[in-house]
Design a protein around this ligand. Structure first.
Ligand code: 13P
Length: 246
């Protein structure tokens, strides 16, 4: 079970320090994998603050080259070097606002793997694809085009674009159907079983129901991960889910 927090372009040094004070008072479970993705500039800061806790730190993106003349970019090697264990690749906000295409995303994932980072590859359809009944087909193409050739520690996060930050989430059937579809596609391509996280408007209210859905192996949380209290409530719901389902 995975609980991941994507802080996006939020939280400064002062608020990160406050956040981590709550983490230090909390009792973590060894059954849950958890990772926080802070803004790039605070990776080192956060990593040092939570070094003794069972929480990993990750980058929100990495470049597709390992070094070179790419002003303003961050290499997977640097992420690894600064204490990251994970990296997000192909988040829809990067695809849409930074025009990252599938080819590039595949290269980013491959570069990250070469730097020994664990990759969370994000996929997700637009509302029109969902409404036109093309969501499964759309995601299949994204995975076919973006999945790196060789991987060991790779997760997929299914984040429907229309669900991010909107409070709208797909039905339990739609999530289960998509997660099982993703697992089948990845298995067909790579002969590997993959864990699939759900992301999009996950919060303290809906977490319990989301975790009950078949084939949901964890969550990637945006807005609701910005307050330590909510993040820890989501984490606790995951622990409780495991306790009741075992
Ligand atoms: P929200 O949880 O704010 O909808 O964001 C989801 C997301 O994009 C996580 O990567």
């Amino acid at each position: 079970m995975f609980v991941a927090a994507n802080w996006k372009m939020n939280l400064d040094k002062k608020s990160i320090l406050e956040f981590t004070k709550s983490l230090h008072k909390f009792k973590f479970s060894n059954q849950i994998n958890t990772c926080i993705f802070p803004p790039m500039t605070y990776i080192d800061y956060l990593h040092n603050l939570i070094n003794n806790l069972p929480i990993s730190v990750g980058g929100q993106n990495c470049h597709y080259k390992s070094s070179g003349a790419f002003t303003g970019e961050v290499s997977a090697n640097f992420l690894k070097d600064t204490g990251c264990e994970y990296v997000l690749v192909g988040h829809s906000e990067r695809r849409i606002m930074n025009y990252e295409n599938n080819d590039e995303i595949k290269s980013r994932a491959q570069t990250a793997i070469n730097s020994n980072l664990k990759v969370i590859l994000c996929v997700g359809e637009k509302l029109t694809d969902r409404e036109e009944g093309k969501a499964l087909e759309y995601i299949e193409k994204q995975i076919n085009d973006c999945l790196p050739n060789n991987f060991k520690d790779l997760f997929i996060a299914y984040e429907p674009i229309w669900s991010i930050g909107t409070g709208k989430i797909p039905s339990a059937f739609e999530i289960q159907e998509m997660h099982s579809h993703i697992k089948k596609i990845v298995f067909r391509i790579s002969n590997k079983y993959i864990n699939v996280l759900y992301g999009g408007s996950v919060n303290t209210e809906n977490i319990k129901e989301i975790l009950k859905i078949t084939n949901v192996d964890g969550v990637l949380v945006g807005g609701a991960s910005l307050k330590a209290k909510d993040f820890l409530a989501i984490y606790s719901a995951a622990v409780k889910h495991l306790d009741t389902s075992s």
